[in-house]
Design a protein around this ligand. Structure first.
Ligand SMILES: Nc1ncnc2c1ncn2[C@@H]1O[C@H](COP(=O)(O)OP(=O)(O)O)[C@@H](O)[C@H]1O
Ligand SMILES: [Mg+2]
Length: 181
């Protein structure tokens, strides 16, 4: 009986995360706590995290909720986490951090992979640019993420990289901006 109870708890947790992730039953644009979105995304990608990759969450819970297209932001976290996992392979540390930078909210995804070489760095946000083998990468993850963050949320997405430490930082305005073009 206890195992059934545990399974039901796990399943309803997964269903809740899937709803939070897909946002299908929610208004597309509303005020959200980014931590709820990050946690839902992490539940969805958990199966892809290798046993020897450690997940570290450093959340600043004092951050205000932000106006956002929640499902689209979930796509951004998914793309950044997917890249981070891809860069690290079987072993490493994935850190998901939130904080404040001036009057912007920052979400950072850091991996301990090899970093982005200087000749590759200027091209990563180009559509269809990928260094992955044919069939493995579409080269669209960062292009789509850039559009969602910069064009739809009037935010910014930046990268800092060196061997052993790559951070993608998404900056989001805390207050409502002009409607997207
Ligand atoms: N965390 C990362 N570490 C190293 N390289 C990265 C990372 N994130 C992105 N890149 C580089 O940027 C390229 C483009 O990423 P993306 O647009 O997501 O396309 P894809 O993942 O399909 O290749 C990747 O092929 C890779 O070379
Ligand atoms: Mg990608």
């Amino acid at each position: 009986m206890r195992e059934i109870g545990d399974a039901v708890t796990r399943i309803s947790g997964l269903v809740g995360a899937a709803r939070q992730y897909s946002q299908l039953d929610r208004a597309p644009h509303r005020v959200v706590d980014v931590h709820d979105l990050l946690d839902a995304t992490l539940v969805m990608v958990k199966g892809k995290i290798p046993a020897q990759v450690k997940l570290v969450r450093e959340y600043d819970r004092s951050l205000p909720p932000v106006p956002a297209y929640a499902a689209e932001l979930n796509q951004v976290w998914t793309n950044l986490i997917d890249n981070a996992l891809g860069a690290m392979g079987e072993k490493g540390v994935l850190t998901v951090r939130t904080g404040r930078v001036g009057d912007l909210l920052a979400v950072e995804i850091t991996d301990t992979g090899p970093g982005i070489p200087p000749d590759v760095r200027p091209r990563i946000f180009e559509p269809f640019f990928t260094t992955k083998p044919v069939g493995a990468g579409t080269g669209l993850g960062l292009d789509i993420s850039y559009r969602i963050v910069v064009h739809k949320h009037h935010g910014d997405i930046r990268v800092e990289t060196e061997p052993g430490r790559t951070t993608f930082r998404v900056l989001l305005p805390v207050t409502e901006g002009p409607p997207p073009a």
